[in-house]
Design a protein. Structure first.
Length: 373
C-alpha cells in the first residue's frame, strides 16, 4: 500500500437516539453497525484501531487530527482488527513520519473498516458522556434514516465478541524462562511482547480452554488477557479461572481482571461510557502512589461486591473511584483493570509484569520446599 489521497464521498453516522452526523467518508465504503464509544488519547491510533478489545465498536477519536504520522508494520496489536469503524474530526491524507508506510485511509480500505471525517467529535463525545454509549451505523447517504434508527433500536449487541477475536487453536512462542499459558480473550500483542521481553515461554490458548487443559500444559503461571464485551458472556472462562485459582499463579489484565473477580464471587456491571484513553490516573492503595495508565473497557468490578469475597481491592481510579486492581487474600492471583503493557499510553505500570515473574519465582521456591520437607 502506498500513500494516497482519500476519495471524497459523503457518509453519515446515524445514532440509535435519532441523531445524525454527516461527513466525508474514508476507508471502506461498506455499511457498519456497532457501539459508538470515544477514546481520549492524543496518539496511538494504530494500536487503538487494532486492539481486539474494540471488537464490535465504532471508535470516536477526541483528538482532532488522526493519521498524521501514518501507519507502519511494527505497531499492530493484532493483524486482523475487529473494530467496526472510525469517527474523526480530520483524517490526514499526507502523513509525515520516517516510520510511515501507508495512510490510515489505505489501511482501513485494506481491512474493510469504514471511517467518517468532518464530524463534530466534541459534540458526539458530549452526547455519549451525557446519555451513555449508543449503537450507531456508518452508512451512505442513500439509506432510509428512519429504518436504520429502528434497526439500531431493535438489534441487540452481540454476546459472542470474544469468540470473534480469540485464537482458534493453541500455539507456542518459545523462550528460555518461565512457562506461561496466556489465555486469549482478545489478546493485544503488547502483552505477549512484555512476557517475551522477560524470556518467558508463552503458550497462547483459546478462550474455551478448560482448567484441566491448562494444567496439562504444566505452566509456571497463567495470564488472563484483555478482550471485548461483557465478561458474563463467557461463563466457560469464569469456570476455568475458578478452577485454576490456588493451583497456579494468575495475572489478569482488563477483561481478565473482571473474570478473576467473577470467579471469586464479585460482580461486574456496565459503565455509562467506559474508560478509554491513555492518561487515566490510578492509585495504588498500598503505597499511595498514583500512576497514569492506558485503559479500554466498558465494564467494571462493583466495589461493594468485593467485600464478601477472598479478594481485596489494591488499586482505584482517581477520576471515579472504580476498582482498578484486585489481589487474592490466600492464593497467588492478582489483576488490574488497566493495561500495563501500554501500547498506546504510558509505561508507568510496566513493573506489574515483573511482579508476575516474582510471583512465579515464589511459587517455584515454595513447591521446592514442600517437596524436600
Amino acid at each position: 500500500m502506498g500513500e494516497g489521497e482519500c476519495t471524497a464521498m459523503r457518509r453519515q453516522l446515524i445514532l440509535a437516539d435519532g441523531t445524525v452526523f454527516v461527513g466525508e467518508g474514508f476507508g471502506s465504503e461498506e455499511t457498519s453497525i456497532g457501539e459508538v464509544v470515544f477514546h481520549t488519547g492524543m496518539t496511538g491510533y494504530q494500536e487503538i484501531l487494532t486492539d481486539p478489545s474494540f471488537a464490535g465498536q465504532i471508535v470516536t477519536f477526541t483528538y482532532p487530527l488522526i493519521g498524521n504520522y501514518g501507519v507502519n508494520h511494527e505497531d499492530f496489536e493484532t493483524f486482523q482488527p475487529a473494530v467496526k469503524g472510525l469517527i474523526v474530526k480530520e483524517a490526514c491524507d499526507y502523513p509525515s513520519n520516517f516510520r510511515s508506510q501507508f495512510t490510515i485511509d489505505d489501511y482501513c480500505k485494506s481491512k474493510k473498516i469504514p471511517g467518517i471525517s468532518g464530524v463534530d467529535t466534541r459534540k458526539l463525545t458530549r452526547i455519549i458522556r451525557r446519555y451513555g454509549t449508543l449503537k450507531g451505523a456508518l452508512c451512505g447517504m442513500e439509506v432510509d434514516v428512519a429504518k436504520v434508527i429502528e434497526q439500531l433500536q431493535n438489534q441487540p449487541i452481540s454476546t459472542e465478541l470474544v469468540e470473534t477475536v480469540s485464537t482458534k487453536q493453541l500455539y507456542p512462542s518459545p523462550g528460555r524462562g518461565h512457562r506461561v499459558v496466556l489465555i486469549d480473550y482478545g489478546m493485544k500483542h503488547g502483552i505477549l511482547r512484555e512476557l517475551k521481553n522477560r524470556k518467558c515461554t508463552v503458550i497462547v490458548a483459546p478462550h474455551t480452554t478448560t482448567a484441566e487443559e491448562v494444567l496439562n500444559l504444566h505452566p509456571d503461571g497463567v495470564m488472563l488477557s484483555n478482550g471485548p464485551g461483557d465478561p458474563k458472556d463467557i461463563p466457560v472462562a469464569i469456570q476455568t479461572v475458578k478452577e485454576l485459582i490456588g493451583k497456579v499463579p494468575i495475572f489478569g489484565i482488563c477483561l481478565g481482571h473482571q473474570l478473576l473477580a467473577l470467579a471469586c464471587g464479585a460482580n461486574t456491571s456496565k459503565l455509562k461510557f467506559g474508560h478509554r484513553g491513555a492518561n487515566h490516573p490510578v492509585k495504588d492503595l498500598a503505597t499511595g502512589k498514583v500512576v497514569l495508565t492506558s485503559q479500554n473497557h466498558g465494564y467494571a468490578v462493583e466495589h461493594e461486591s468485593v467485600r464478601n469475597t477472598p479478594l481485596f481491592v489494591t488499586h482505584i481510579a482517581i477520576n471515579d473511584g472504580t476498582v482498578e486492581g484486585l489481589k487474592h487474600k490466600e492464593h497467588l492471583a492478582f489483576s488490574v483493570q488497566y493495561h500495563p503493557e501500554s501500547s498506546p499510553g504510558p509505561e508507568d505500570a510496566n513493573y506489574l509484569f515483573d511482579q508476575f515473574i516474582e510471583m512465579m519465582n515464589t511459587n517455584q521456591e515454595g513447591a521446592y520446599i514442600n517437596e524436600t520437607h
